[in-house]
Write a new protein. Structure first.
Length: 284
């Protein structure tokens, strides 16, 4: 199952609009993710379509995507079904093939990365919010260990991928995490950053000077405002990897509807994602 948002003016195959594939986390469904992130409203303003694939309860009782499954990591399983969905939407609604983006939170972030790594000619850029390291676990127990501790061999899956596909195209990524995330701990953000730098032949790049922005209100419990810190890894004017750390966010979508689970106050992650995506296209 899936949900689809189309902006006004989308009139079938003759149109050419960008598409964001949004992949929910565990214990969420497509409707929850759309409502919590407000992405439909943001997409309407920018003229994007948004596809929300939904994991089946029959596949997992908590609607978790099986990002740790070996077949999924090779592009099978749910990844193959998501690619079929994208093909259907492209054929029916005239999506711009140079502007298809993959995005998600937690298990959905892991799936967005796998989708990009297994179909690099389809995906122009990736957005991962609170996502775990790719390719170092093969079962649910191992996945939990990665979420808590990262991996001592985080670069190995990317090295294998590049050995198989030396002409792998540039894959820009924006990565967002909460510095106090207890579910997918921030070590994953550091290691996923390393994965994307290696993938983009940019392992030697140093980040730009970090930009820290304050937001929110102070209180007795938190006498200082909250902060967001952005580090860019760029080749010339092109930002290949953007790493965003948000203090006191926890394991939640930043700027989401906090009345819904896995959403919290903060800088709007949806706006950050769309702004990053707008700078990248896939050469056809």
């Amino acid at each position: 199952h899936y949900r689809l948002f189309l902006p006004s003016g989308a009139r079938g195959p003759a149109t050419s609009i960008p598409l964001v594939v949004m992949l929910h986390g565990c214990e969420q469904n497509a409707a929850d993710f759309a409502a919590g992130t407000h992405l439909n409203q943001l997409a309407a303003a920018k003229g994007y379509a948004v596809l929300y694939p939904e994991q089946s309860l029959r596949a997992h009782p908590n609607r978790c995507w099986k990002w740790y499954d070996a077949a999924t990591q090779r592009g099978g399983g749910d990844i193959a079904l998501i690619v079929q969905m994208i093909g259907k939407i492209v054929a029916e609604h005239g999506i711009d093939l140079s502007r298809i983006y993959a995005c998600g939170i937690s298990a959905g972030a892991a799936m967005a990365q796998i989708l990009a790594l297994t179909h690099p000619q389809l995906i122009a850029a990736v957005g991962m919010h609170s996502g775990p390291v790719f390719g170092v676990s093969r079962n649910a127990v191992g996945a939990y260990g990665v979420m808590q501790h990262g991996s001592s061999r985080a670069l190995a899956p990317i090295e294998k991928l590049m050995a198989r596909s030396p002409d792998f195209p540039c894959m820009p990524a924006i990565l967002i995490t909460g510095d106090d995330d207890k579910i997918v701990r921030p070590v994953n953000q550091l290691q996923v950053t390393g994965q994307f730098l290696l993938l983009n032949h940019a392992a030697g790049l140093l980040p730009s000077l970090p930009v820290t922005k304050a937001f929110g209100r102070t209180s007795k419990q938190f006498p200082r405002k909250n902060t967001m810190t952005i580090r860019d890894f760029a080749a010339g004017a092109k930002v290949l990897v953007r790493s965003v750390h948000i203090a006191r966010l926890g394991h939640a979508w930043s700027g989401g509807d906090e009345t819904l689970p896995f959403n919290a106050k903060g800088p709007d992650a949806g706006k950050l994602m769309l702004a990053f995506f707008s700078r990248h296209r896939r050469k056809q």
